[in-house]
Design a protein around this ligand. Structure first.
Ligand code: SAH
Ligand code: SF4
Ligand code: F3S
Length: 471
């Protein structure tokens, strides 16, 4: 039997407080405030971890840059979910060898999901000798100690633990100033989908106590946040491991009562754990957005079984029917994998059939990537890469048409948008999102502020976004 996760306060961890002081003193004696650059890969949970890493670094006097050349500490917070993500990290890390030769004092580190895999740690140790810091997802809170060891010792500091991890509350979080914030409500995953590395890199499901989550959101609201996204690999199983009697539906209702909060989003929901209680809570809570990310992964029952998803195509379609009956305008999105071992054309066409029947607003689609240590990695696969890519292209074609058709229904309508900031390519154009998660771009007005909720008339429809004007 697995023992329950301990809920520990970071501030009670005297061991780390000692190191915070030592690291601060070390850099203070050099007369220059240290600067860090963190490269983040992977999911929102990793983004949220980076915000924690930044919070801890700030405690030790660090400032931040987005340029490696300016940094004293360069850290890669990594994702292991697909080979492509890992290759990008290794490529970027390799390219820093020259920088380390020119600036021997620069500290280069790698952390996150990739480092929870023993073979990766070995590879870093043997081939990336310019790396001096390695830590995993469960030891993030030990960063003060890890950093202290790295600056005082002349060898690579490795601090990876494969225990399932405790919950460390009160880690300082340095978020970008924004009306939106990520809030992790649980960590880990118990589902062991046969293709997926996440249960191995993040450990077993551990839920934060509801009071801790509510307190964090209230604090965020006091700082000006009005939209939160509750994060977990499967938020629908929230609370199952807690002593208190609470489920995700109840948590949503409690978050919905927070004064000053306007929008609640959450991800990700596993279809097998989507209860009627949760559908009712979504429909009844006015702040919960009209949007749901509900990955189905594949349409063929044979493949779903091999994936260990524990529902059938029919179960999924019935669930969507139930959700749409309660929330007819809901915007649905999904994750889809193409090219699971031995996925035939017939299997693939079942996936297309789900797209046509559900009509998702968007999907995030991936070509299957073999992850060593997962059950699918040893499954036979006789399907060629060419066929997988053809299927993938077909999937995108079908989905692009559906996304465009759904966006067309917004033409001429007025929607409420939370103003998030200038668009990346044009500072005159601002962008924000509707309750249904659509990105809307609009010309900036002097009287508009980031964080405002404005009404926008949609004047142009694109496949991925909408254009409009404030009215
Ligand atoms: N816990 C979430 C998200 C997990 S990772 C969920 O269950 O929905 C995000 C997505 O990456 C998954 O939904 C899946 O579509 C994709 N993914 C995971 N492992 C993969 C693999 N080995 N190859 C390709 N895609 C993968
Ligand atoms: Fe991976 Fe499945 Fe867990 Fe999602 S639910 S993180 S796909 S094992
Ligand atoms: Fe990647 Fe880890 Fe998230 S493997 S998807 S960063 S949980």
């Amino acid at each position: 039997m697995q023992t329950k996760a301990q809920h520990i306060s970071y501030n009670d961890n005297n061991e780390q407080i000692k190191y915070i002081k030592r690291v601060t003193d070390f850099f203070a004696s050099s007369g220059k405030a240290p600067i860090a650059n963190i490269h983040t890969f992977g999911c929102q949970q990793n983004e949220n971890d980076t915000e924690r890493i930044k919070g801890i670094l700030k405690q030790m006097g660090f400032g931040f840059t987005s340029e490696d050349e300016e940094a004293d500490f360069i850290l890669f917070n990594t994702c292991a979910v697909r080979e492509g993500a890992e290759d990008r990290v290794l490529g970027n890390l390799g390219a820093l060898k020259h920088l380390k030769l020119r600036k021997p004092n620069v500290l280069i580190g790698i952390c996150g999901c990739m480092m929870q895999q023993e073979h990766m740690v070995k590879r870093i140790k043997s081939k990336y000798r310019h790396v001096s810091i390695v830590f995993g997802t469960h030891t993030l809170f030990k960063l003060p100690q890890i950093l202290f060891e790295a600056i005082t010792r002349d060898k690579t500091v490795i601090n990876v633990c494969d225990a399932h991890g405790d919950i460390i509350e009160d880690i300082p979080i340095l978020r970008e100033s924004s009306p939106k914030a990520w809030v992790s409500i649980m960590y880990g995953c118990n589902n062991f989908c046969s293709y997926c590395i996440v249960p191995y890199t993040r450990g077993r499901e551990r839920s934060r106590k509801a009071d801790d989550i509510i307190a964090e959101i209230k604090k965020l609201v006091a700082e000006g946040v009005t939209e939160v996204t509750l994060l977990g690999q499967n938020v629908n199983s929230y609370g199952k491991d807690l002593d208190e009697n609470i489920d995700f539906a109840e948590l949503l209702r409690r978050v919905n009562e927070i004064d000053g909060l306007k929008r609640i989003r959450f991800m990700t929901s596993h279809p097998k754990d989507m209860t009627d209680r949760l559908i009712d809570a979504m429909a009844e809570c006015d702040k919960v957005c009209n949007q749901l990310h509900l990955p189905f992964q594949a349409g063929s029952n044979r493949i779903l079984k091999l994936m260990n998803r524990r529902y059938t195509k029919e179960d999924y379609l019935a669930l969507v029917g139930k959700i749409k009956a309660k929330m007819p305008d809901i915007s649905l999105s999904s994750d889809v994998i193409v090219g699971f071992p031995n996925e035939t054309k017939e299997d693939f066409l079942e996936t297309i059939d789900v797209l046509e029947k559900v009509r998702f607003d968007t999907i995030f689609s991936f070509i299957y990537s073999k992850r060593s240590g997962t059950p699918a990695a040893i499954m036979e696969d006789s399907i060629s890469d060419k066929e997988k890519h053809e299927n993938f292209d077909r999937l995108l074609e079908v989905q692009n048409r559906i996304s465009r058709e759904i966006n067309e229904t917004y033409g001429g309508k007025t929607v409420e948008v939370l103003v998030e900031g200038p668009s990346k390519n044009n500072p005159e154009i601002y962008s924000g999102r509707t309750d249904t998660g659509k990105t809307v771009n609009f010309p900036f007005h002097d009287e508009t502020k980031i964080g405002d909720y404005v009404n926008i008339k949609i004047t142009k429809v694109n496949t991925w976004s909408l254009d409009g004007e404030i009215i």
